[in-house]
Structures are given as C-alpha cells and as structure tokens.
Design a protein around this ligand. Structure first.
Ligand code: HMG
Ligand code: MG
Length: 311
C-alpha cells in the first residue's frame, strides 16, 4: 500500500461526543482529568464540551465549568460545540477561542437534533459565525448523516456537498463529515470524497466516523487513501448522539493511532498515554469501553504485550 501522507491530525472528541450520550453522570473533576490526560497523550485538538441546551443533553450542562477548569496548554485547541446564539453567548462568556457549529445533510435528523430545518440552521448560524469571526474565534463545522440518516435512510452525496460548501461560506476553517450512525462503507466514503474534493480543498475536510457497524477504521483508511489527513476520534471508542437512535461510539482514538502507527504515519500521539487517558474515564461508566485496542491491553501492557510507560 502506498500512501502519500506525511502527518495525520487527530481531533479528539471524547469529552464531548464521547460523553454526551453516557447515562451515568460524570463528575466535573473526572471530565477535567480526562481532558488533561488526553493533552498529556499529545492530542492538540480536544473538543472539550458543548454549550447546547442542558434539557436536551444533560451530560454537557457543566461545560462552562469544565472549560474554566482545564489548563489551556500552548499549542492545544479546545473547541466547544455551539448550536445557536445563546450557545455562542456562553462560549464568549467563558473566553472560548474556538467553536464547532453543526448541522446535517438530512432534514429529519436536524429537526430531531437541533429543532431546526437545514435552512433554519443556516439562518441561525449566519449571525453566530459573523459574531464569532469578529471576536477572533475560530469556527469548525460538522455535517451529520453524510452516509445515511436514522430517519430518512439514504442521503444524497450532493446534499452533503451543498451543506459542506455552505458551512465553508460561513467561514469554517474545516468541515467534519459525520457518519453519525456508522452506516458508511469504504467505497461509499471514497465516492463521497471524490465529489467533495472537486469543490472543497482536502485540507479543509475532516472525517468523523462512528463505529456502529465496525466499518470506521476501514473507512478512515479509505479516506486516507484519497489524501484526507484529519480524523475525529474518541478515546476508548466512547460516543453516540442522543438524537440518532442506534448510533454507537466514535472510532476509538487508540484504534486509529494503532492503524497510523502500522502505516508509519506520524500523528504525535502516544498510544500508551492514550490508553491511560481512556482508563481515567472507564471506571465512571456503566459499561466497558468499546475500543478494540483498549480492550486488547491488559493493565500495564500494550496490545503486543510490551509494558506501558503511562501511569
Ligand atoms: P429549543 O428547545 O428549540 O430551544 O432547542 P429554544 O431556542 O426554543 O429555547 C428554549 C429554551 O432553551 C430557552 O430558555 C432558551 O434560552 C434555552 P427559556 O426561555 O425557556 O428559559 N436555550 C439554551 N440554553 C442553554 N444553552 C443554549 C440554549 N439554547 C436555547 N445553547 C437547541 C434548540 C438547538 C438549543 C437544542 O435543540 C439543542 O441544544 N440541541 C443540541 C443537541 C445535541 O447536542 N446533540 C448532540 C450533538 S450533535 C452530534 O453529536 C453530531 C456530531 O457528533 C457529528 C456526527 O456524529 O454526525 C457533531
Ligand atoms: Mg458524532
């Protein structure tokens, strides 16, 4: 296999996407310790929480406190999810430097997730983006249901392109293409990317795979083959969207790191410290972590049996 890629950027979404669907209430201290451990592992983009309506996603209700408590390390970006003007007010109040806005390529999903049609979401996000830009806040975008929708089934790639282009027009530096319910397969992902990259520069695209059907690592490899170098992932494979029935976790960050290590591609993340970060959160969950690599590690070892250096 020949890949013309020098470096991968991993966007860690565990503290937001990973935790938002968890039933057990995770303590503020644990969330903060989790984020610090992820930064210790070398991750340079860590989505730290969401300023969404707490009644919709109770686990994210303490995001302001989480953001206030974490050490803002040089060279590490801590984006926060923002669904509307009210969310941006909360972000600005906290001194957030970077936000993520989110919409979908499916009308029904958007209605369930943010109570807005696609057009309404752009009406909402236009002033949010303008104000964020004027405050010097960086904006990332998400397009959900890029490979399929839990309510509508198939989603047209042309719709994904249209929504992605509209997010770029709002000033997003990057748009993350979400397979929200993990239904995509490698050829489908490549087909979608052939279309997207005719219009959107590769370095403005990230892929966000949920691993519901075990396709996420294969899909990441398919995207990498087409020159995509930014991937969202969640430590331990945590995750899921409360408004996408049946959706399970994001691809596990360790599983992607294991893949990239095997391909000899630099990513700047320590696998053993990443496993240690996943172990910060796992005792507080009411289920085992789904990630494959973390399961293959017995305490104090890496999957191939070597001792870890992480505590
Ligand atoms: P709504 O109920 O339509 O809100 O929710 P509203 O505008 O009608 O306002 C109702 C009340 O909520 C008002 O308070 C507002 O002030 C308050 P009241 O006057 O009744 O006292 N409110 C807020 N409070 C705090 N923060 C806010 C906020 N906004 C309004 N930001 C809304 C609309 C968009 C807020 C809601 O639907 C929402 O929060 N949705 C977010 C759902 C969510 O977080 N989903 C998961 C994240 S997306 C995801 O996981 C996908 C992704 O990972 C990519 C992929 O996998 O595809 C990104
Ligand atoms: Mg997601």
């Amino acid at each position: 296999m020949k890949l013309d890629v020098e470096r991968i950027r991993i966007v860690e979404v565990g503290p937001r996407d990973g935790l938002q669907n968890e039933k057990a209430t995770i303590a503020l201290d644990t969330k903060v310790a989790f984020i610090e451990a992820l930064a210790d592992a070398g991750l340079t983009t860590i989505e730290a929480g969401a300023f969404v309506r707490p009644a919709w996603v109770p686990q994210m209700a303490d995001s302001s406190e989480v953001y206030a408590r974490i050490t803002k390390r040089d060279g590490v970006d801590y984006p926060m999810l923002v669904p509307n003007e009210k969310g941006l007010d909360r972000a600005i109040e906290c001194g957030v430097k970077s936000i993520a806005i989110f919409t979908a390529a499916s009308e029904s999903f958007n209605k369930h997730n943010i109570n807005m049609s696609i057009d309404e979401s752009f009406e909402e996000f236009a002033p949010v983006a303008a104000r964020a830009r004027s405050e010097g806040i960086r904006i990332r975008g998400y397009v959900s249901c890029a490979c399929g929708c839990p309510y509508e089934g198939a989603v047209e790639p042309e719709k994904v392109l249209e929504v992605t282009a509209r997010l770029m027009d709002l000033g997003c530096y990057e748009v993350s293409i979400g397979d929200t319910i993990g239904v995509g397969t490698p050829m489908q992902v490549q087909g979608l990317l052939y279309l997207l990259t005719q219009v959107i520069p590769r370095n403005c695209l990230a892929m966000h795979f949920h691993d519901t059907r075990g396709m996420a690592v294969a899909n990441a490899l398919a995207a990498l083959e087409l020159g995509i170098t930014t991937f969202d992932a969640s430590a331990g494979g945590l995750g899921g969207c409360p408004y996408a029935p049946g959706a399970s976790g994001n691809v596990a960050t360790e599983d992607l790191v294991f893949l990239f290590d095997g391909l000899g591609i630099d990513h700047g993340v320590s696998l053993d410290k990443l496993v240690a970060a996943a172990r910060v959160i796992s005792p507080w969950l009411d289920h085992p972590l789904p990630g494959k690599v973390v399961q293959a590690c017995t305490k104090g070892t890496l999957p191939w049996g070597a001792k870890t250096t992480a505590q």
